[in-house]
Design a protein around this ligand. Structure first.
Ligand code: BES
Ligand code: MN
Ligand code: MN
Length: 456
């Protein structure tokens, strides 16, 4: 059990921990923009300094893109080892005009800190460092061995991490891994996540005529790439909301009765969800509840589309090029590589000969289901109860974290704890992303308490 003195220390250093979070949030570590690579490096070095200050044996590990920070503190080789994972990169903040305060100038309002990365994942990840800081201050050492792995490519699907894990398998061995990169079920209802959706993400580029053309002079004899793209994309979904790609559902494991009952027992408020989203109606596949649709059923979404003229006024033109970004969220046991094959075949089968098409795979991540019958899961339950004053519920989440399967398959880690201190209305990836200061505090307490529980 966590000593009271540690909890008191966490409380006493509220302001200091928050100041550190604000510093971290000021670094615009956007992983997808190459112009931000100096910021990415600054964020990595910021994390490294924190680890060294804590007494970790830590270093930056260069990769083809963004550095990984690895650190360890091995106190007692016979004690269990916990691997803590986090990501210091963030999503782009655009559209900037939607932000009340600038995304990289953290602003405190009504009990929240507003900034890109506040909840995803800087704020949540930092709870683990601050938890260890408090423990070190009170006890001079940690109650177990800790390995820390922090990456800067999570938001671009972790391309360097898989080869890194393969190469450093031995160094990274651990009894359990913890990832705080999800969320509570809702503010005040903490959760343990036992499922994540996977992802496969494509760019589709269509080229028609060599140059943009006068639509009067040439209209009627050339294919219009925008129409080709939209016609193909329109065919990917049926009117009832299901995905029309042949074979798409073949490997989907149906939800079991107990799971559907458990999901139905969670207090999801449809009205306040619609309110938050600013929509009059929710949509999706018939026969499945909202929670099932958003966490345990696969989806297909067009994430962006371009082509032709969208400036002021009107221009009579047939564009030379058009394109779209399309992604699918996958559920167990769908395999991203197989879905990629199906998607490519489907799009090619619908592509007329009068255009050229190119399909590029951008990202992928495997879906995840984690067994709940592990001692580590009970340890997390108790820790969360200490941190949040409430027992957690069990959740599947709709987002994706590529590393989870690699921890299992490449490192052979049997216990993976997917935790989350934020809340679904924190606005991850949205304008005005935020993190409740109280959740930061509760998360630090839970992260500290976890270190004293029996993980194996
Ligand atoms: N932290 C999220 C994933 C997440 C969100 C887990 C909500 C559980 C609940 C993560 O940073 C993320 O956004 N992942 C990307 C992954 C992709 C780029 C491979 C995602 O889900 O879009
Ligand atoms: Mn994240
Ligand atoms: Mn994210």
């Amino acid at each position: 059990m966590i000593p009271n003195a540690v909890l008191e220390t966490i409380n006493a250093h509220r302001q200091r921990y928050l100041d550190d979070l604000l510093d971290f949030l000021r670094i615009p570590s956007i992983s997808t923009y190459s112009q931000n690579s100096p910021d990415i490096r600054n964020a990595a070095e910021w994390v490294l300094r924190q680890l060294k200050r804590l007494g970790f044996h830590a270093s930056l590990r260069e990769t083809e893109r963004h550095p990984i920070i690895y650190g360890e503190m091995i106190n007692d080789p016979s004690a269990p080892t916990l691997l803590v994972y986090g990501h210091y990169d963030v999503q782009p903040p655009e559209p900037l005009e939607e932000w009340t305060s600038p995304p990289f100038q953290p602003s405190l309002r009504e009990g929240f800190v507003y900034a890109r990365g506040a909840t995803d994942d800087k704020g949540q990840f930092l709870t683990h460092l601050k938890a260890m800081e408090a423990i070190m201050e009170v006890e001079g050492k940690l109650p177990l061995n800790v390995k820390l792995l922090v990456e800067g490519e999570e938001e671009i699907a972790s391309p360097s991490l898989k080869p890194y894990l393969e190469k450093h398998r031995l160094e990274l061995g651990a009894d359990a891994a913890v990832i705080s990169d999800g969320s509570q079920f809702s503010s005040g209802i903490p959760a343990i996540t036992y499922g994540l959706r996977g992802l496969t993400y494509f760019q589709v580029d269509v080229t028609g005529p060599r140059i943009d053309l006068h639509s009067g002079v040439f209209g009627g004899i050339v294919a219009n790439p925008i129409q080709t793209v939209t016609q193909i994309l329109a065919r990917t979904k049926n009117e009832d909301g299901t995905i029309a790609i042949p074979g798409f559902y073949d490997d989907v494991i149906p939800l079991e009765e107990w799971e559907r009952n458990e999901m139905a027992s969670l207090p999801l408020d449809e009205e306040s969800l619609k309110d938050y989203l600013g929509v009059g109606e929710l949509t999706g596949e018939k026969g499945y509840s909202i929670l099932e649709r958003k966490t345990a059923r696969p989806t297909l979404d067009i994430n962006g589309i371009w082509g032709g003229f969208s400036g002021e006024g009107a221009k009579t033109v047939i564009p030379s090029r058009a394109g779209a970004k399309v992604s699918m969220r996958l559920v167990p046991n769908q395999k991203p590589a197989h879905i990629e094959r199906l998607f490519r075949d489907f799009v090619m089968s619908l592509t007329p000969k009068d255009v050229k098409i190119q399909i590029t795979t951008m990202h992928s991540a495997e879906p995840v289901l984690i067994g709940r019958d592990k001692p580590g899961i009970l340890a997390a339950e108790r820790a969360i109860e200490i941190g949040f004053g409430k027992r957690p519920v069990y959740l599947r989440e709709g987002g994706s974290i590529p590393v989870v399967n690699w921890f299992k398959e490449t490192l052979g880690i049997q216990t993976i704890l997917l935790l989350g201190w934020g809340s679904p209305d924190d606005g991850a990836h949205s304008p005005n992303e935020r993190f409740r200061l109280e959740d930061f505090q509760r998360g630090i307490r839970a992260a500290a308490a976890l270190m004293y529980e029996n993980l194996i």
